[in-house]
Design a protein around this ligand. Sequence first.
Ligand SMILES: [Zn+2]
Length: 273
Amino acid sequence: MRFQRSDLIPDLSAAELREFRQNQIVREDVPDDVLTLSFGAYLVISEGSAILVDSGVGDTKHRSRAEWHMRADGALPRELARLGYTVSTVDTVYLTHLHADHVGWNTIWNGERWQPTFPHASYLTAGQELTWAAQEYSRNPSFNYGSYADSVEPLLMANVLTPVDFGHDLSDRVSAQLLPGHTPGSSVIVVRGDNATAVLSGDLIHHPVQCGRPDLSSRFCCDARESTVARTDLLSRVANCGAILMPAHFIWGQIVAQGAQFEFLPLAMSEEK
Ligand SMILES: [Zn+2]
């Protein structure tokens, strides 16, 4: 999906973006005033558990953004089926934060009301995140494209959404760690594999250009200064150690640090080096 540069990262200049792209091995063939983002979710299989991390934009949701409005492509259940899973075999849905493009498949419309899409799953998110979103919703019912009303509150009504504390373990190898800034309760998921650690970073970074300029926050960050601190912390943690960065909105990669400078290497490219 395409965003105007100024609508996503207002402080990023056209010249900076052009220079960044000239140095990239994987090229984005779009104009200098456009940034492209992908949308989706991650499925983590760990010790017999199927953990869905975030739930994408969702189907049949009324949204003021045209690309998100009343989607009907069944993408998430279809992708689960391709991997041998169904909505019934997902054990846990962990929400890195509660923005509309991360909670959409939480619920489906059954003709009368919104019901949990994953009937046997525990839904989890950071306690700080849920508190913040509930407060925003109480002030403005159409908060966050109306997604709290149709994709979060129904989970609370069904008693399947549980707020968790900092450093929550989802399995022996999978943990959620709080890194607030993009939203007040944003968290990342750390997966400790046999050969490498992966960090599912949610929306701490929206575009690889922010790896070289972690001070650039997105328009959707609630606190630009705290977001910069969280982004820099994340990049420091994953740099130079073989960890795989798995962002919500662009391709996987690794981070190389030289002093205080970070460089993003797309995974296929970093494996070749
Ligand atoms: Zn997002």
